[in-house]
Ligand binder design. Structure first.
Ligand code: AMP
Length: 284
């Protein structure tokens, strides 16, 4: 696997691959990789001739009070994992490469980025959309693979690609979980042993709500209450949101309709660690 550090080198490489008639899949990450990320690389390999994984802890998607400084970083470890997973190229630019002095443009998406994460992390999706747009311009991929783990992010990126006429197909890949159901996350490394045991509560709350839906519940406040009660019962969480929403628009009607695709979305703090999870299902 080759490591590329500059945008100029990346442009050259991408042009060479495209001129040879081959396709490129891009997997944007912030590193400290786990099996969730590696599943995206494998999906990329299945979708295109070669995979470019990006490793960039993007400062603009963290608010000043968030964990940018302490976010786990280990490029040697990541490069080894990627190489073993069959990744072809690792694009690991510096902050100066991505945000050179004088940089003054931001991508901002209205609507879909405003509820849920947008409400609790108001600057987050501008940072995400901006860096993803820049990575797409640097790599010129045919496909980009994103995890369902960050569900709202997949909708925001699809909106950006559609609105900006970006010629990239967005592929969403399922959430990879620990054996007990906890969604794998680089931030799980922050959890104490005790918190790690409790963290499973979020996935269980999603399953409880899915059971209520399976039993015929259509009212959003009732579905939301199932999740909130379950999480609050564990006593250790501070919930940002635990809500059912339309899977495409993220709208929250008082009552869903039969056959409607919905997503159950949770974000909650366990101690100082903010965890998110989601589950897609359909109203009976
Ligand atoms: P991150 O490094 O956390 O920004 O994530 C990079 C990409 O990996 C995003 O598209 C995430 O949705 C995806 N991802 C993170 N965790 C998982 C997981 N457990 N399963 C599948 N994809 C994931």
């Amino acid at each position: 696997m080759e490591i590329i550090k500059t945008v100029a080198e990346m442009h050259k490489l991408s042009d060479k691959i495209r001129q040879s008639g081959k396709t490129i899949a891009c997997v944007p990450t912030m590193g400290y990789l786990h099996e969730g990320h590696l599943s995206l690389v494998i999906k990329g390999k299945q979708s295109a001739d070669c995979v470019v994984t990006t490793l960039f802890v993007n400062p603009t998607q963290f608010a000043p009070n968030e964990d940018f400084e302490k976010y786990p970083r280990d490029i040697d470890r990541d490069a080894k994992l990627l190489s073993e997973a069959g990744c072809d190229y690792l694009f690991a630019p510096s902050s100066n490469e991505m945000y050179p002095i004088g940089y003054n443009t931001e991508v901002s998406i209205k609507g879909i980025s405003e509820p849920f994460e947008g409400k609790f992390r108001p600057t987050h999706f501008n940072g995400v959309a901006t860096v993803v747009a820049k990575l797409f311009n640097a790599i010129k991929p045919h496909y980009a693979i994103f995890g369902q783990k960050d569900y709202q992010q997949t909708l925001v990126i699809k909106q950006m690609v559609s609105d900006m006429l970006v010629d990239v197909e967005i592929i969403v890949s399922p959430t990879i979980r620990e054996e007990d159901g906890l969604a794998k996350s680089s931030r799980n490394t922050y959890l104490t042993t005790e918190e790690r045991k409790t963290a499973i509560t979020l996935n269980q709350a999603l399953k409880e709500a899915a059971k209520a839906i399976e039993a015929g519940e259509k009212r959003s406040d009732k579905i939301n209450k199932v999740m909130a009660d379950y999480i609050n019962n564990a006593g250790a969480f501070r919930i940002d949101y635990a809500c059912a929403a339309d899977a495409n628009t993220l709208q929250q009607p008082q009552e869903f309709t039969s056959g409607q695709d919905i997503v159950l979305l949770i974000a909650a703090y366990l101690g100082k660690t903010r965890l998110i999870d989601n589950f897609i299902t359909q109203i009976k």
